[in-house]
Design a protein around this ligand. Structure first.
Ligand code: PLP
Length: 454
């Protein structure tokens, strides 16, 4: 019998502090506090060892789609585990990974129908970057080795993914280990780094991007972008039309466009993929987080004939893509992902989402009038509320004040689990959240912001 359930909360807390090194966490502070230990999930709720319930306001790090412990997904997983738990894609094919690729090809942007599986968002991006460069090599232009990235971008934590990222606090330490990129301005209208205001701006950041391409003609392999919204950078929503401009520039300068749909994919923005909003078809697309509904680690780097066919040739031509991860195409993860796609249809999830997105939009207006809310940004069922010390000037709270974290601790007392991005409060619930749960989430966040900032 499993030990789970038989070990006291006290013992679990001790072992956690003694043995578990948590991600993105100052462990000295972690060890001082009494931590919540989750043992159960139910719909949008997480339940701790004392039976206390928390609404999962960040969809368990932006992964959860159909709720926790959804019966159909549990059944699909149980059924698969009794057939096959894992077998490799190196030298063998496996049933679930084949069916999933075929089903995904029906919903990905037109022409994107070649799936290279891996385990997480970072690996999907590593694959994208290496694939883009090797493509250029096969095209006879190995000098095209640079990548265009955006400030405030986040593409994961492995070194290649960090290299194409643009968030100082996460990335600066590792600068000596990273490869250099060409960084374009972040389309962050509230804090425009070029000094423009939305009403006086004539797409200056697009012009800057074009200049960067112009100055580096013939040297750039690919451009890496989070479509519509820079997530980890602070839910920075791009102005409508920006993505389309980026696609056109990539075409004009013959640069591969790599769309990181790790956070935005699988319905989050109100469409299956964020690129769909602007009818943009990237050359390479990375998907992960929501792909297996938040159940298991799974990712894919997706491309089409243009890139795929450049890798074809006899073995001796050395055109093989020499890259692979041990658990590539894991059947358990693929089985859940397949069932998740069925649930999207069965539950009419994308259509059901639209009124919730509208409700979120309406409720966010209340936040905008709060004295310490500088900006409110929404993209589908994701939003960020940026807190500022001075609303007039937009001057931020000093990061050492941990205003975002304090708001989330207040929210936790009121039964909401949330996790901020600096001074930005994040709203990113499971897509199946009900209207009343969404109201509760927003009521509690509003109240928590009020308590901390007023
Ligand atoms: C989370 C995230 C990643 C990294 O995914 P991991 O699974 O944490 O490696 C990459 N890109 C974006 C846009 C993300 O939000």
């Amino acid at each position: 019998m499993s030990e789970a359930g038989s070990i006291s909360t006290e013992q679990l807390r001790l072992w956690d502090k003694r043995h578990v090194w948590h991600p993105f966490t100052q462990m000295q502070e972690w060890e001082r506090d009494e931590q919540i230990i989750i043992v159960k999930g139910e719909g949008c709720w997480l339940i701790d060892t004392d039976g206390k319930r928390y609404l999962d306001g960040v969809a368990s790090m932006w992964t959860n789609v159909h709720g926790h412990c959804r019966r159909e997904l549990n059944d699909a997983l149980k059924e698969q585990v009794d057939r096959l738990e894992h077998s490799t894609l190196l030298g063998l094919a496996s049933e679930q990974s084949i069916i999933l690729a075929a089903r995904l090809a029906e919903i990905t942007p037109p022409g994107l129908d070649r799936f290279f599986y891996s385990d997480n968002g970072s690996t999907a991006m590593e694959v994208a970057v290496k694939m883009a460069y090797q493509y250029q090599v096969h095209k006879g232009r190995p000098e095209r080795s640079r990548f265009i990235t955006f400030r405030n971008a986040y593409h994961g934590d492995t070194l290649g993914a960090v290299s194409v990222g643009g968030i100082g606090i996460y990335h600066t330490t590792f600068r000596p280990l990273m490869f250099e990129t060409l960084q374009a301005p972040s389309p962050y209208c509230y804090r425009c780094e070029l000094g423009y205001k939305s009403d006086s701006c004539d797409w200056e950041c697009v012009k800057a991007l074009e200049e960067l391409m112009e100055q580096n003609v013939g040297q750039v392999a690919g451009l890496v972008i989070e479509p519509l919204v820079q997530g980890a950078g602070g839910m920075i929503v791009q102005p409508a039309g920006f993505l389309k401009c980026v696609r056109e520039l990539c075409d004009r300068y013959d640069i591969l466009m790599i769309a990181d749909e790790v956070a935005t994919g699988f319905g989050r923005t109100g469409e299956m993929f964020a690129c769909n909003h602007e009818s943009v078809i990237p050359d390479i697309m990375a998907i992960s987080k929501g792909i297996a509904a938040g159940y298991l680690p799974l990712a894919a780097t997706v491309t089409g004939e243009k890139v795929y066919s450049a890798f074809l040739g006899s073995y001796s031509e050395l055109k093989t893509f020499f890259h692979g991860h041990t658990f590539t195409g894991n059947p358990l993860a693929c089985a859940v992902a397949l069932k998740s796609l069925q649930l999207f249809k069965q539950d009419n999830l994308l259509a059901e989402l639209q009124p919730k997105i509208a409700r979120l939009k309406m409720r966010l207006d209340d936040f905008m009038s709060m004295p310490h809310v500088g900006d409110v940004r929404q993209c589908g069922l994701a939003a960020g509320v940026e807190l500022v010390e001075n609303k007039e000037t937009g001057s931020p709270y000093p990061w050492e004040d941990s205003v975002g974290i304090r708001v989330c601790l207040e929210a936790r007392k009121r039964g909401i689990f949330s996790r901020p991005l600096g001074n930005t409060i994040v709203i990113f619930p499971p897509l199946v959240i009900s209207n009343s749960e969404l109201d509760m989430l927003l009521d509690v966040l509003y109240e928590s912001i009020r308590v901390v900032t007023e």
